[in-house]
Design a protein around this ligand. Structure first.
Ligand code: FES
Length: 429
């Protein structure tokens, strides 16, 4: 018996629909865990979070507790946070620097390279017991692209660089903000749960159709603060209101003309007069280093990038790195960090962190409204998806060529990849 289709892509009828059970059913979430989270490259963290040997962060990635750690030779490593003895999590701190990871249950200990180095009463084990066979387990694949560390639970997975496909162009644009080409996660994390399916945050992260209604409060605030709500002169880089673009393997981006300011060289009144000289200095550095055209590309556009399935880089009034995992079919856990050039001044960093809090933060102008919208969707479909089974996603389908940021081809790209993988295809196949 063939399984019923959950995504309808009827090009002739210009009809694209997503079945609402995909956002509700626990059985579908279980299948996502095996066919998506166990086969795609999943973001773990950033190399700048583990500067010295022994630096570590514990977090949940793709449903597993992991330790992101810099080993004794300075290499980023990812260990599964489960003791090889009976399974307890060996590291129960959120972050720190460790010479040893010591399991509190029976006292086995592991070094920074994951090797089992301490077994209390080791002489009671038979001769066949060999410590070197019981080091911390690692995901089959771990790799990084320009500081972003990913893991993959599929040993046969395609190379990370190939998997990222066109998303690398947009990650490179982020890195161009730094004179040295190096960016760092700024200490501190925003953590919150949302009572909604994880894919709703994917959609929301690059859905500009909701901007004018959901974010009216913020837009009014900008207007009332004297921000000119029209594209800057360099807006010829993109259509007036930005584009939506597929990047391969389910990744996509909205690429917009910036009117809401950027600490990397686009001043708006909400930053205050005192910030103006610093922002002008940053812009001059960008132009000197990259040339006018590339500097304008970096400074006068802003981008929301989705790396399939669950990494979002919002490169706007600050750079936010956000990832999220399903806790259940109707609940997700969100983690977000601010990313900035390692070489930026204290003044520029203050503007960046202010934007990170006041716009993207869970108490800021954007996120609470987005969370409310997502939870309203979940509440709406949770009890009604049998009576009203389909959501509509056909904006822009009748158009040839370029899609606007308010069209939905980039959302459809995510869902088509989701559908391919859920029906058994491997990423890149
Ligand atoms: S479970 Fe870790 S030492 Fe026993």
């Amino acid at each position: 018996m063939t399984e019923p289709r959950l995504v309808i892509d009827d090009a002739a009828a210009r009809d694209f629909r997503v079945h609402r059970s995909t956002l509700v059913e626990p059985a579908i979430l279980e299948q996502e865990r095996r066919r998506i989270f166990d086969r795609c490259w999943i973001y773990v963290g950033h190399e700048s979070e583990i500067r010295e040997p022994g630096d570590f962060h514990t977090r949940n990635v793709a449903g597993r507790p992991v330790i992101l750690c810099r080993d004794s030779r300075g290499k980023p490593r990812v260990f599964l946070n489960t003791c090889r003895h009976r399974g307890a999590t060996v590291c129960r701190e959120a972050r720190g620097n460790a010479r040893l990871f010591f399991c509190f249950y029976h006292g086995w200990s592991y070094n920074r390279d994951g090797a089992l180095v301490g077994v209390p009463g080791a002489d009671a084990y038979p001769p066949s017991f060999r410590k070197e066979e019981h080091g911390l387990a690692e995901p089959p694949r771990v790799d990084s692209y320009r500081g972003f560390v990913f893991l993959n639970f599929d040993a046969q997975a395609m190379a990370l660089r190939d998997y990222l496909a066109g998303a690398t162009e947009y990650i490179d644009l982020v890195l161009d903000q730094s004179p040295s080409g190096r960016m760092e996660i700024i200490r501190g994390v925003q953590e919150y749960d949302v009572a909604a399916n994880w894919k709703l945050l994917v959609e929301n992260s690059f859905d500009d159709y909701h901007l004018l209604t959901t974010h009216k409060t913020w837009l009014d605030y900008l207007r009332n603060s004297g921000v000119e709500m029209k594209p800057p002169a360099q807006g010829h880089l993109l259509p007036a209101h930005g584009i939506g673009k597929e990047l391969g393997n389910g990744h996509a981006v909205i690429d917009n003309v910036n009117f809401r300011g950027r600490p990397v060289a686009r001043w708006i009144p909400v930053y205050g007069e005192a910030a103006k000289p610093e922002i002008e200095r940053i812009r001059a550095e960008l132009v000197a280093r990259l040339g006018e055209a590339r500097a304008a590309r970096v400074a006068d556009t802003n981008r929301n990038l989705v790396v399939f399935p669950n990494l979002v880089i919002n490169d706007g009034s600050s750079v936010t790195v956000r990832t999220f995992f399903p806790l259940s079919a109707d609940r997700m856990q969100v983690r977000a960090w601010a990313l900035g050039p390692v070489d930026e001044t204290a003044a520029a960093r203050a503007i960046r962190l202010d934007s990170f809090l006041t716009f993207y933060g869970p108490g800021g102008f954007a996120t609470p409204d987005d969370v409310e919208a997502l939870e309203a969707v979940q509440a709406g479909i949770g009890a009604t998806h049998r009576e009203v089974p389909w959501s509509v996603m056909s904006r822009g389908m009748a158009k040839e060529g370029e899609q606007l940021n308010t069209d939905e081809r980039h959302l459809r790209a995510f869902w088509l990849q989701w559908d391919r993988l859920m029906r058994g295809a491997r990423p890149g196949a």
